[in-house]
Design a protein around this ligand. Structure first.
Ligand SMILES: Nc1ncnc2c1ncn2[C@@H]1O[C@H](COP(=O)(O)OP(=O)(O)OP(=O)(O)O)[C@@H](O)[C@H]1O
Ligand SMILES: [Mg+2]
Length: 396
C-alpha cells in the first residue's frame, strides 16, 4: 500500500524545505518517492535546482518531483464542469447564488484539482511514498475541506440523479430557477462526484494519509498552528507530526540572540506542551538558506533520523458515535477550540458544526436520524453532542 504525507503550515515557515528533506531521505532509503507541490508559487525547482513541470521529473535515484498546475488540471479534465457551474449562477435565486458562488469562486477550487491529480498518481501505484508540499495554511485548509464540502453541495444540488435531470432540464429554469448543465457536463459532474468521494476516503484513510504541521517558535505562527490543528481535526484528518523549524542553535554566542533564544524557548515549551500527543521534530536555524541535495541531507542527518518517520506516527480517532442510555453520543476531537466560537445546528440530514469561520456538515448516520440533539458540551478539546428521544417526542 502506498503512503501520502501532506506538509502544511503558515507561509515561509519551511514547508518546501522540510518536505524536500523527507523526499531525499526516503529516496536514499530505497523508497520510490514522488514529491508534489500544489502551491501555485512553486519552488521545488529552486530547491532541487532543476526545472520541474506538470509531469514527474527524475531528481535522484528513486526520487521524482512534480509541480501540479491546478488550472491546467482543471481545464484539461473538468473544463465543462466549471463552465456549467458558472452558467448556473446568474439564473439562481439569491440563496442558490450564494451556494454556487461559494462553489465556483471559493478559494481553493482549483487546488481541488491538484488533489484529484494526487489521487490519480496514488492509484497508478508507481510510488511507495507521495510527499505533498502544500500552499500556506489558509489555502491548504480550504483545499482539504473542499472534497467534502463539494460533495455536500453536489448532493444538495443534484440529488435526483442524472435521468431525472434529463427530464427536468427543459423545465429547470422554472422549477429551479437555474440553468441546468448540459448532458456532457452532467456526465462529468457525476464522474467528478464519484471521484471526490474516493478522494475523501483516501485522504481520510488513516493507514495511508497523514498531515504534518510545520511551525516556528514565534507567537503568530504557533497560534496559527494550533488553529490549523483544530480545523484539521474538525475535518477529520490525521495530523501525526509537528516540525519546529528555525530554532536558534544553543551554541550561538552572540548577545543579539540572547533574548530571541528566550522567546523561542517559551514557544518551544508551549508547542511541546500543546502537541504532546504527537511526535515533534526540531530543526535548527542554519547559517545559510537551504538549496540543493547536500543542504537537504544536512537537515536529514541533523533532525530526521527517526527510523519510523515515514510511518503513520499516530492515529487519532477524531469522531466517534456511541450508544448511550437515552440515545447516541457523537464525540468530535477539536483541540484548542474556544466555547465562544462554537455554533451548532441541525439541518435535515446533517449536523453543522461551526467554529469561527469554519463550518463542517457531518452527515447523521441513519440510526440516529430519529433522535435529535439534546445537548452539546465542550470538554478538554472534545465536543460531545448527545442525541436523545424518539421521533416526534423530542423533535419539536
Ligand atoms: N532551518 C532553516 N535554516 C535556514 N534557512 C531556512 C531554514 N528553513 C527554511 N529556510 C529558508 O527559508 C526560506 C523559506 O523556506 P521554504 O521555502 O521551505 O518555506 P515555505 O514554508 O515552503 O514557504 P512558502 O509558504 O512560501 O511556500 C527558504 O529560503 C529556505 O531556504
Ligand atoms: Mg513552499
Amino acid at each position: 500500500m502506498g503512503r501520502i504525507i501532506i506538509f502544511t503550515g503558515k507561509g515561509g515557515v519551511g514547508k518546501t524545505t522540510i518536505s524536500a528533506a523527507h523526499a531525499v531521505k526516503a529516496a536514499k532509503e530505497g523508497k520510490k518517492t514522488l514529491i508534489v507541490s500544489t502551491d501555485m508559487a512553486h519552488n521545488l525547482s529552486d530547491i532541487f535546482m532543476k526545472e520541474i513541470k506538470e509531469e514527474p521529473v527524475r531528481i535522484l535515484s528513486n526520487l521524482w518531483a512534480l509541480e501540479i498546475d491546478s488550472n491546467y488540471e482543471m481545464t484539461k479534465h473538468y473544463g465543462n464542469i466549471a463552465e456549467a457551474f458558472k452558467k448556473m449562477i446568474p439564473h439562481g435565486s439569491e440563496e442558490d447564488q450564494e451556494v454556487l458562488e461559494d462553489m465556483v469562486v471559493f478559494p481553493g477550487i482549483e487546488e481541488l484539482f491538484s488533489l484529484l491529480k494526487i489521487k490519480e498518481l496514488y492509484d497508478e501505484k508507481i510510488y511507495d511514498l507521495i510527499i505533498v508540499d502544500c500552499a500556506p495554511t489558509g489555502e491548504t485548509l480550504s483545499l482539504l475541506k473542499f472534497p467534502e464540502l463539494f460533495s455536500w453541495y453536489m448532493e444538495k444540488l443534484f440529488p435526483i440523479g442524472k435521468v431525472a435531470m434529463k427530464i427536468l432540464r427543459p423545465v429547470s429554469k422554472l422549477a429551479f430557477k437555474l440553468e441546468m448543465p448540459d448532458g456532457k457536463a452532467l456526465n462529468d459532474i457525476e464522474k467528478l462526484y464519484v471521484k471526490l468521494g474516493k478522494l475523501q476516503s483516501l485522504l481520510k484513510d488513516r493507514e495511508v494519509c497523514s498531515v504534518r504541521l510545520v511551525t516556528i517558535p514565534e507567537k503568530m505562527v504557533v497560534e496559527e498552528s494550533k488553529r490549523s490543528y483544530m480545523y484539521l481535526n474538525l475535518y477529520n484528518f490525521n495530523v501525526d507530526g509537528v516540525y519546529i523549524n528555525r530554532i536558534i542553535p544553543e551554541e550561538i554566542d552572540n548577545s543579539f540572540f540572547d533574548q530571541w533564544k528566550q522567546i523561542q524557548k517559551s514557544y518551544l515549551d508551549e508547542i511541546n506542551a500543546t502537541f504532546s500527543n504527537i511526535p515533534i521534530y526540531k530543526i535548527k536555524w542554519y547559517e545559510v538558506d537551504i538549496n540543493g541535495i547536500h543542504a537537504l541531507e544536512r537537515i536529514m542527518r541533523d533532525s530526521l533520523e527517526d527510523i519510523n518517520i515515514f510511518k503513520v506516527l499516530k492515529t487519532t480517532v477524531n469522531e466517534t458515535f456511541e450508544k448511550t442510555e437515552k440515545g447516541y453520543r457523537l464525540d468530535i476531537y477539536v483541540p484548542f477550540a474556544d466555547k465562544k466560537d462554537f455554533d451548532l445546528f441541525e439541518s435535515g440530514t446533517d449536523i453543522i458544526v461551526k467554529i469561527g469561520n469554519f463550518k463542517r456538515n457531518i452527515p447523521i448516520p441513519h440510526i440516529i436520524k430519529k433522535y435529535s440533539i439534546a445537548s452539546a458540551k465542550l470538554n478538554n478539546g472534545v465536543l460531545s453532542i448527545d442525541f436523545e428521544g424518539e421521533e416526534g417526542v423530542c423533535n419539536e
